[in-house]
Design a protein around this ligand. Structure first.
Ligand SMILES: Nc1ncnc2c1ncn2[C@@H]1O[C@H](COP(=O)(O)O)[C@@H](OP(=O)(O)O)[C@H]1O
Ligand SMILES: [Mg+2]
Ligand SMILES: [Mg+2]
Ligand SMILES: [Mg+2]
Length: 313
């Protein structure tokens, strides 16, 4: 085995982030088990924060900073006071695939980590627990390259199966499932068009964009991470969200995992989403993602002009 300091920075960061995301998932379950979510309303009634969001973010940012001092990390939640649980280096296990050669010699200054400690907060507060994910996305020179999606309540309705799962990937890496580890990759059915969209942040523009895809079924579910998992497990063909509500921490990790698997995630006009340190946090031109094997450009063409014109920088 290679000594730790000879393993390139990116795989070390991804393997630490996997361990940290798993730990954050346990913290989320512990807060819910205690039964006091301490809900705070942020910008509006559908924009909530709980002690699980806060405690998970303290763990993720504290642990990443401990393992990688000086790393640039942007988290959804503001700094909060309270106990900080740190993930031990001993819980970090090596990655199951290799680092793409063009990402093997990075300096830490090129990297920005986007953290959503709990994606799907509205659904979490309503008990729709499998909509919840922990998202850690890694961008290099403004482009997402790697992502970790941890789903702490996967299998929670089936007590005989293992609770929780973690799916991670580096775009362009070789290995198990072509660079995506931890999830069963299934293509959606060749016929039909199942569109996943928001459950709690809809608007007439959001609904117009969904209808323009002529869906055979619409899945209204929570979380950007959860909707991308539906694209990866064959449950949906596209994720369409014509709204400025999603932020960079919602899409950085899901985009990397989806693109590592051969899918695509752009804004609603088909342009790339950028993840530089000083980029605006909002994905103001919406989000459109398609499963591996789908014709992404065909979905972009179907979105009506008035929807595209409503979403500006
Ligand atoms: N109008 C809006 N205002 C605030 N956040 C929004 C929003 N629309 C979407 N989001 C955020 O984008 C993520 C996915 O949204 P949705 O579940 O509706 O598809 C959620 O992340 P969080 O749960 O991490 O806040 C959600 O809060
Ligand atoms: Mg939120
Ligand atoms: Mg989110
Ligand atoms: Mg969140």
């Amino acid at each position: 085995m290679m000594a730790a300091n000879t393993v390139p920075l990116l795989p070390r960061l991804v393997s630490s982030s996997v361990a940290i995301a798993n730990h954050a998932g346990k913290i989320i379950r512990d807060v819910l088990n205690k039964g006091d979510l301490q809900i705070v309303q942020k910008e509006h009634v559908k924009d909530l924060q709980t002690e699980a969001d806060r405690a998970a973010q303290r763990c993720i940012i504290g642990s990443l900073t401990k393992h990688f001092p000086g790393l640039i990390i942007i988290g959804e939640e503001e700094e909060s006071s309270g106990p900080v649980q740190l993930t031990e280096q001993s819980s970090v296990v090596p990655l199951k695939f290799t680092c793409p050669p063009h990402l093997a010699k990075l300096s830490q200054e090129q990297i920005v980590v986007w953290v959503d400690p709990l994606d799907g907060t509205s659904e979490f507060t309503e008990g729709l627990l499998d909509h919840v994910t922990v998202l850690i996305g890694i961008a290099v020179d403004g482009k997402t390259v790697a992502g970790i999606i941890h789903q702490p309540y996967f299998n929670y309705k089936n007590k005989e199966k293992e609770l929780g799962r973690t799916i991670y990937g580096i775009i362009g890496s070789a290995g198990e499932n072509d660079g995506v580890v931890g999830g069963l990759l299934v293509k959606p059915p060749p016929t039909g068009c199942v569109v996943a969209t928001t459950r709690s942040h809809a608007s007439s523009t959001v609904n117009d964009a969904v209808s323009s895809c002529d869906p055979t079924e619409v899945l209204r579910v929570g979380g950007a991470g959860h909707k991308v998992l539906l694209l990866l497990d064959g449950s949906a063909h596209a994720y369409v969200f014509a709204s400025p509500g999603c932020k960079k921490w919602d899409t950085c990790a899901p985009q990397a995992v989806l693109e590592a698997a051969g899918g695509a995630l752009t804004d609603i006009k088909g342009d790339h989403i950028l993840y530089h340190r000083h980029v605006q946090h909002r994905n103001s031109e919406g989000v459109l993602a398609t499963a591996p094997g789908q014709d992404h450009a065909a979905y972009i063409r179907k979105i009506p002009a008035h929807v595209k014109e409503n979403l500006v920088k």
